[in-house]
Design a protein around this ligand. Structure first.
Ligand code: FMN
Length: 133
């Protein structure tokens, strides 16, 4: 399995993860749940009106942490905005619960993909394993 698929599958298993961004010299973190593997990239989804979106526009560096059953994953990456409408449609198809809040053409819905990612799988019992994609 490719590195990116392993990372995506872990996010699918945990269903939820924490996304950290930077605002000036202050870290900001919040729960997220959207993830989509599309065209060899992992996308997440948010709204442009949110602070998280503003923070990523000013500084795309982010870190994601997900945990399940004694294993955890940290992904350090840049999150890059993508205006490809097909990705937005695919995101809504995969996560229909978003359809009540977002529309690909509402000027708010935003998808971003992980770039220059370094992902580390850790556990209490095994040595950490780092992959890049
Ligand atoms: C389990 C869970 C998953 C969430 N997933 C997302 C998500 O994928 N995208 C999103 O924009 N907000 C998501 N939210 C809501 C954000 O955490 C919330 O809007 C947060 O305030 C955004 O950060 P900000 O206030 O710094 O902009 C989720 C909330 C929870 C509890």
């Amino acid at each position: 399995m490719e590195n990116i698929e392993r990372v995506y599958n872990f996010l699918e298993e945990t269903k939820e993860y924490y996304l950290a961004t930077i605002e000036g010299d202050q870290p900001r973190v919040r729960p997220f749940g959207t993830a989509l593997l599309y065209d060899g990239r992992i996308y997440i989804q948010t709204g442009k009106v949110k602070n998280v979106s503003r923070q990523l526009a000013a500084n795309p560096k982010a870190e994601i942490c997900a945990y399940k059953d004694g294993r955890w994953l940290r992904i350090a990456c840049k999150l890059v905005n993508d205006e490809n409408r097909d990705v937005k449609v695919a995101m809504l198809e995969k996560m229909p619960s978003l359809k009540g809040m977002y529309d690909p053409d509402d000027g708010n819905m935003q998808v971003l993909y992980m770039k220059d990612a370094t992902a580390t799988f850790s556990s209490f019992t095994e040595a950490p394993e780092t992959v890049t994609f």
